[in-house]
Design a protein around this ligand. Structure first.
Ligand code: SF4
Length: 341
């Protein structure tokens, strides 16, 4: 078996606050293969973004306790000095954020911002960096790139700004791209264009992608493998087909049930997951999902509220739930029967 390009093992990210430790990520392990896309899905506050900011070394060390191991192409990022992380960021690993307007500087042209990243990592001249910026804007489909390269971010539409962010993230041909809800703020047609663009660029360059989203529809479009997060932990993992076609965890069923579909009658109501995500300052005991779960009685006794279910994986597939395999099949069949295919 080949070594994964990115390997995260038992990652814990705890923030100290006046009220105590916030366990934003609590024992997370996963791999990302070369040239593949891992979709990380979960509600706000599930630890998705914290995980990825940690991979890129973007947490302030003073108030953050980080444990575990993050190996990028064999190099441990958690023990790497800041100078080395700076060399890797923008070069070997890169990130696209949700809000391009907030992430781009309003004071510099798009071309300068793309070019500066390129110059920093390659030592290219200003002229070469400008030419590279035009090349990247062409690649991400900006019309008249040789003119638009001198525009400021506010002169671009939302979709064009997101394309410019992608151009900036990919200017040094990173081997790992982290995309944090990059299409959430865009309308659906632009969203589809950006996803197609990412898939084309990945085919061309072989970049590995971590795609963070709360939207299983987006996962269905772009991911090879899927990791479902809840309260700082992985509750389900598998290939896209496994997780979307035969999900095993009640939380994943809840995410699917709250997602609209185009098939079937239009009056099928969505079923939102009751309650809200837990506070990570004082997460529920046992299974963190138990206050919102409809299946605790089927497990029986107080097991769900007292015993943490462990994630058991076989060939990268599995979930963290006390229900038996037979119960999961039965309850999922009931759930699937209420949904159009
Ligand atoms: Fe629900 Fe219990 Fe499974 Fe947690 S362990 S998801 S509470 S059935």
């Amino acid at each position: 078996m080949s070594t994964p390009f990115l390997s995260v093992r038992d990652l814990r990210v705890h923030f100290s606050t006046e009220d105590g430790a916030v366990k934003a990520v609590d024992g997370l392990s996963f791999d990302v293969e070369r040239g593949k896309t891992l979709g990380i899905v979960g509600e706000s506050g599930s630890g998705k973004s914290v995980t990825n900011l940690t991979i890129l070394g973007l947490h302030h060390p003073e108030h953050t306790r980080i444990e575990g191991e993050i190996l990028l192409d064999g190099q441990d990022l958690l023990t790497a000095p800041e100078r080395e992380l700076e060399r890797l960021r923008g070069n070997k690993m890169s990130m696209i954020f949700q809000d391009a307007l907030a992430s781009l500087s309003p004071y510099h042209t798009i071309g300068k911002q793309i070019g500066e990243t390129y110059r920093k990592h390659t030592g290219a001249s200003k002229r070469e960096a400008r030419a590279r910026a035009v090349e990247m804007l062409t690649k991400v489909g900006i019309p008249q790139p040789d003119l638009r390269v001198d525009d400021y971010p506010h002169q671009f539409s939302g979709g064009m700004r997101q394309r410019a962010m992608i151009a900036m993230a990919l200017v040094c041909d990173p081997a790992l791209l982290v995309a944090d809800e990059p299409t959430t703020a865009l309308d659906v047609t632009v969203q589809a264009q950006i996803m197609d663009l990412l898939k084309d660029l990945q085919q061309e360059t072989g970049t590995s992608i971590i795609f963070i989203t709360h939207d299983l529809g987006v996962i269905a479009d772009i991911a090879d493998d899927v990791l479902v997060m809840y309260a700082g932990r992985c509750v389900e993992r598998g290939t896209k087909k496994e997780v979307l076609r035969a999900p095993q965890h009640p939380y994943t069923w809840g995410l699917l049930g709250s997602m609209p579909t185009l098939e079937g009658p239009v009056d099928v109501p969505l079923s939102p997951i009751p309650g809200t995500p837990p506070s990570l300052l004082n997460p529920p005991t046992g299974c963190s999902f138990h206050p919102r779960c409809a299946f605790t009685e089927q497990v029986g006794g107080t097991r769900c509220s007292t015993e943490l279910p462990l994630l058991h994986l076989s060939d990268g597939r599995g979930s963290a739930c006390h229900l038996t395999a037979e119960q999961r099949s039965e309850f999922f069949a009931d759930f699937a029967g209420t949904r159009p295919n």
